[in-house]
Design a binder for this molecule. Structure first.
Ligand SMILES: NC(=O)c1ccc[n+]([C@@H]2O[C@H](COP(=O)([O-])OP(=O)(O)OC[C@H]3O[C@@H](n4cnc5c(N)ncnc54)[C@H](O)[C@@H]3O)[C@@H](O)[C@H]2O)c1
Length: 319
C-alpha cells in the first residue's frame, strides 16, 4: 500500500482528495493546522469522516513548525507528497502579505527540504491561476510569462514554483506544480463566490456582484481537480507546471443565470466595486494537461453547481 502525505488535508481540495485517495486504496497521512482563515469547525467536519479509517492518520501540525513536520516525515516516510496547505485568499493577502509569505513560501520551503531529506517518488504542489495576473494572453498557457501577479497571493504561488524548480535542478527531485483554476463543489471554501451565492440565495438574501458582472472565471469542478492531482502524482516528470482548469470562462452574470436555473429562483442583486487585486478573466489552456496527464475536465459548471448546492443543503444549511 502506497502512502500519500497530503498537506491541507482538512481544507476544501484536501478533504476531497483524501476521500478519493482512500477510496482508491492509498494510505493517507493528513497534515493540517486548522487555521482560522475560515471557520475551523468546517474543517473538523470535513476531516471527521476519515478519522475512523485505519488507512488515515491526521497530524495537527503547522507546516512552519520544522521539528513537528520532520517528525511526520520520519515516522511516515511517504511515497508521495501532495502539498495543498496554504493561505488562499487573494484579497486578504493584500492586507496580510507577511502571513502569506510565511505560510506559502516558508511553509513550502520546509516541504521541499523534507522531500529532499526523505526522498519521495513525486511531490505535487498547489499553484494557482493567479500567477498569470491580468494577462491579456487568453487562454493562459504554462509557458507564457507569469511575472506580473496582481496579488501577493499570486506572487507567493509563483515564488514557490521557482523555488521548486531550483530543488529539482539541484537535487533531481520530481516535482509537479499544478495551477488550479477556481475550484467549486463539495466542501467549497466559504470565501469563494459560488459558496457565498449558494448560502445567500438559499436564505433568500440579496447577493453582490462585483462591477458590471462581466468579470470571468474558469470555474473548475473540485472532483475534476482531484482526478488531475492523482494523475499528476502518479507520473513523475522531473519538473513540470501544468494548468488544471475548465477552458470555459464564465462571467459573473452567466454564473448567476446558472444559479437561478439550478435553484429555480430569481436572485436579488446589487452591484459593488471590483477589488483591485481581482483579475478580469481566468481561462486555462488545458492542452498540456491532456497531453501529459491524459486529463480533461468532464463536469459541466451547471452539474458542479448542482452538486455544490446539494452538498450545502445537506451539510451547511441552517434556517
Ligand atoms: N480552491 C481554489 O480554487 C484554488 C485555486 C488555486 C489554488 N488553490 C490552492 O490550493 C490549495 C488548497 O486550497 P483550498 O481551496 O482547498 O483552500 P483551504 O483553505 O480550504 O485549504 C487549505 C488548508 O491548509 C491548511 N493550512 C493553512 N495554513 C497552514 C499551515 N501553516 N500549516 C498546516 N496547514 C495549513 C488550512 O487549515 C486548510 O485546511 C491552496 O494552496 C490554494 O492556494 C486553490
Amino acid at each position: 500500500m502506497e502512502t500519500v502525505l497530503v498537506t491541507g488535508a482538512a481544507g476544501f481540495i484536501g478533504s476531497n482528495l483524501t476521500k478519493t485517495l482512500l477510496e482508491e486504496g492509498y494510505r493517507v497521512i493528513g497534515v493540517d493546522n486548522f487555521d482560522d482563515t475560515y471557520n475551523p469547525q468546517f474543517k473538523e467536519e470535513q476531516i471527521a469522516p476519515f478519522l475512523g479509517d485505519t488507512n488515515f492518520v491526521l497530524y495537527r501540525v503547522d507546516i512552519r513548525d520544522i521539528p513537528a513536520l520532520t517528525e511526520v516525515f520520519e515516522t511516515e516516510k511517504p511515497s508521495y507528497v501532495v502539498h495543498l496547505a496554504g493561505k488562499a485568499d487573494t484579497r486578504k493577502a493584500v492586507d496580510t502579505p507577511r502571513l502569506y509569505t510565511s505560510v506559502n513560501i516558508d511553509g513550502t520551503l520546509n516541504i521541499l527540504e523534507l522531500c529532499r531529506e526523505y526522498p519521495v517518488e513525486n511531490l505535487v504542489i498547489a499553484s494557482s491561476s493567479s500567477v498569470y495576473g491580468n494577462s491579456s494572453q487568453v487562454p493562459f498557457t504554462e509557458d507564457q510569462p507569469a511575472d506580473r501577479p496582481i496579488s501577493p497571493y499570486g506572487a507567493t504561488k509563483r515564488a514557490i514554483e521557482l523555488l521548486a524548480y531550483s530543488y529539482h535542478h539541484n537535487f533531481g527531485m520530481n516535482i509537479t506544480c499544478l495551477r488550479f483554476f477556481n475550484a467549486h463543489g463539495e466542501n467549497n471554501r466559504p470565501g469563494m463566490v459560488p459558496y457565498i451565492w449558494t448560502e445567500k440565495l438559499l436564505h433568500g438574501e440579496e447577493i453582490e456582484i462585483s462591477g458590471d458582472g462581466s468579470r470571468k472565471r474558469d470555474y473548475t469542478y473540485v472532483g475534476d481537480i482531484v482526478r488531475g492531482i492523482i494523475l499528476a502524482m502518479k507520473k513523475p516528470f522531473g519538473f513540470e507546471v501544468i494548468n488544471l482548469g475548465n477552458n470555459t470562462p464564465v462571467s459573473l452574470n452567466e454564473l448567476l443565470a446558472i444559479f437561478e436555473k439550478v435553484l429555480d429562483r430569481k436572485a436579488k442583486v446589487k452591484s459593488r466595486p471590483s477589488h483591485g487585486a481581482s483579475v478580469e478573466v481566468t481561462c486555462a489552456d488545458v492542452s498540456k494537461a491532456k497531453r501529459m496527464l491524459d486529463w480533461t475536465p468532464t463536469t459541466s459548471l451547471e452539474e458542479g453547481i448542482t452538486r455544490l448546492v446539494v452538498w450545502f443543503r445537506a451539510s451547511r444549511f441552517t434556517q
